[in-house]
Design a protein. Structure first.
Length: 344
C-alpha cells in the first residue's frame, strides 16, 4: 500500500492531475450577452471536472440580429470557424447560431478535434432560421459524417431531437455553479417579493398568475420583470430588459420564483434559483426534479398555484443549498465522464 504523502503517492497524484489537465476545451459562445452566465457555469464545471478551458471567437456574435442580418454575417462566421486554430482536445459550442445548419459550419474543425454542439431548444417556440425539415436532414448528414456531436441538457430534449433528426445526442446535465456570497443581509423569505423573471413568451401561462394573485390576496408583493409583458392583474410589471447583473440580483432577493411555463426543455432560471438557494414554483417537470428532487414542495398539485407558493416560501435556504451541493456533485461527475469519453 502506498502511504499518503510518500514520494510514490505524490507521483501518482501528479500523474493523475497531468492526465486530467490534458483535456483542454475551446469554448465558443456566439451569443455572449445572453449566455454569459451559462458560459461561467460551464467553465466552472469543466474546471471542477479536471479540464482547462479557453474562450475563443469564431465569427461575430449573432445575438440580436434579424434573420436577414444573420444571413449577412454567415459568410464571415463560417470563414472564422474554418480558420479557427485554437489548440484543444475538443471544441464546445454553446449555441447553434444557425440552428441545425450550424453543424455544417463545424465539419472542417471536427477533422482536427471533436466538436460538441449544445442544442438547447430542439424545436423553438417561434419560427427561426435553420430548423426546417431540410435543415434537420443536413444536420443528420453532418453528424453522421464527422466528429460533430450534438449535446442536450435533458432527456426530454434528447428524445425530441432523436425523433426529429434520427440522431442520438449526448445527454449531460445543465451546469450548476456557486455564486459569489451576497454581502447584504436579506429579509425573511415571506417578506420578499414573489417574482416571474424573463421575457414574455407564448408558452407562459398567464392564468396561473391570475390564480396566484387571487389566492394570495395581497399577502406578499407580486412582481414580473422582463421584456414583452403587458399588464397582469395583481402583479407589478416591469417590462424593461434586465442586464445580467440585474437579473441575478432579482433572483437572489426573491422570496420564490414562479415558472408559469406550459412547455420547456430545461430552465436556466431554475438553475440560477438553485444556485442562490431560492425556491421555484412550477408544474412538475423532469429537469426540475433533477434540480430540486421528485418530492419538491414547490410543484403545483391539482392546479393549486397559491398553495405551492405558500409551501415554497416556508422552505429554508439552507436545505436548498444542501440540495445544490448534491446536484453540483452529480453534474461534475457527469461532465467528467463525457469529457473522458469524447475528448480523451
Amino acid at each position: 500500500m502506498t502511504r499518503t504523502g510518500s514520494p510514490a503517492a505524490r507521483k501518482d497524484a501528479s500523474a493523475s492531475t497531468e492526465a486530467r489537465e490534458r483535456i483542454r476545451c475551446a469554448v465558443v459562445n456566439p451569443i455572449p450577452g445572453v449566455l454569459g452566465h451559462f458560459e461561467h457555469e460551464l467553465r466552472t464545471v469543466l474546471s471542477a471536472a479536471g479540464a482547462t478551458s479557453v474562450v475563443v471567437r469564431a465569427g461575430a456574435p449573432i445575438e440580436g440580429l434579424s434573420a436577414v442580418r444573420k444571413v449577412g454575417v454567415t459568410l464571415g462566421t463560417v470563414v472564422g470557424r474554418l480558420a479557427l486554430r485554437a489548440e484543444a482536445s475538443g471544441t464546445l459550442v454553446l449555441w447553434p447560431a444557425f440552428g441545425y445548419l450550424d453543424a455544417l459550419t463545424w465539419i472542417a474543425r471536427a477533422r482536427r478535434t471533436p466538436v460538441l454542439l449544445l442544442v438547447h431548444d430542439v424545436q423553438p417556440l417561434r419560427p427561426q432560421l435553420g430548423y426546417s425539415r431540410t435543415a434537420r436532414r443536413l444536420f443528420a448528414w453532418a453528424v453522421h459524417r464527422s466528429r460533430v456531436q450534438p449535446v442536450c441538457l435533458t432527456t426530454a430534449a434528447a428524445d425530441e431531437l432523436r425523433s426529429l433528426t434520427g440522431v442520438t445526442p449526448i445527454v449531460v446535465p445543465h451546469p450548476v455553479a456557486r455564486p459569489a456570497p451576497t454581502p447584504t443581509e436579506l429579509p425573511d423569505r415571506t417578506r420578499r417579493p414573489v417574482r416571474v423573471l424573463g421575457q414574455h413568451k407564448t408558452a407562459r401561462e398567464v392564468s396561473s398568475l391570475h390564480a396566484i394573485a387571487t389566492g394570495l390576496g395581497g399577502a406578499c408583493a407580486l412582481e414580473i420583470k422582463g421584456r414583452g409583458w403587458g399588464e397582469v392583474s395583481g402583479w407589478d410589471v416591469d417590462s424593461r430588459f434586465l442586464s445580467d447583473e440585474e437579473f441575478d440580483s432579482a433572483i437572489a432577493t426573491s422570496g420564490c420564483l414562479v415558472l408559469p411555463y406550459a412547455r420547456f426543455y430545461q430552465s436556466g432560471v431554475a438553475v440560477r434559483a438553485l444556485e442562490h438557494g431560492v425556491p421555484v414554483v412550477a408544474r412538475r417537470h423532469p429537469h426540475l426534479e433533477e434540480l430540486f428532487g421528485a418530492s419538491w414542495p414547490g410543484f403545483v398539485e391539482d392546479e393549486d398555484w397559491p398553495a405551492a407558493v405558500r409551501r415554497a416560501l416556508s422552505l429554508s435556504r439552507t436545505s436548498i443549498l444542501q440540495r445544490r451541493e448534491h446536484v453540483i456533485d452529480v453534474v461534475v461527475r457527469s461532465w467528467s465522464a463525457v469529457l473522458e469519453k469524447t475528448l480523451r
